[in-house]
Write a protein of this length. Structure first.
Ligand code: ZN
Length: 148
């Protein structure tokens, strides 16, 4: 189990040091801002949605290793996916971390690396920030997201 823990930590570290899909989109169809004042994580999610599919996704911001790596993995998870699938993954991910519902981590693929974060409620907000912001962007919610 500790080997598995190391592997997870390595993936989180890798994505926090070399975030994927970081930056802005030239002409986003959707975007939203997210803020986690407890930790100081801030980010903006940009989407290009076409025909019900997330064609492209980027994020920009600053935050801790958990929030940055989660945003990076979020972009990989939803890029090219139908909106319905992105929303379903959002719900599963949040449920996995908040433990409001039983979720099989295997359903979440790589995102399961964050399962251990559920033991640390303050870090849950770091890990779910990018997903709540994605959800707000998809819903064209203009109010900035705050995890407070
Ligand atoms: Zn954080």
């Amino acid at each position: 189990m500790s080997d598995l823990g190391d592997l997870y930590q390595e993936m989180i570290l890798d994505h926090s040091k070399r975030p994927r899909n970081e930056g802005r989109l030239d002409a986003p169809t959707h975007q939203a801002d997210g803020n986690n004042p407890l930790c100081g994580d801030k980010l903006t999610v940009f989407l290009e949605v076409d025909g019900g599919t997330v064609k492209d996704v980027r994020f920009e911001g600053s935050g801790c290793a958990i929030s940055t790596s989660s945003a990076s993995l979020m972009t990989e998870a939803v890029k090219g996916k139908p909106i319905a699938e992105a929303e379903a993954t959002f719900e599963k991910f949040v449920n996995l971390l908040t433990q409001k519902e039983d979720v099989d981590p295997a359903d979440l693929g790589k995102l399961a690396v964050f399962a251990g974060v559920s033991e640390f409620p303050t870090r849950v907000k770091c890990a779910t920030l990018s997903w709540h912001t994605l959800h707000a962007a998809l819903g064209k919610n203009q109010d900035p997201v705050s995890t407070e």
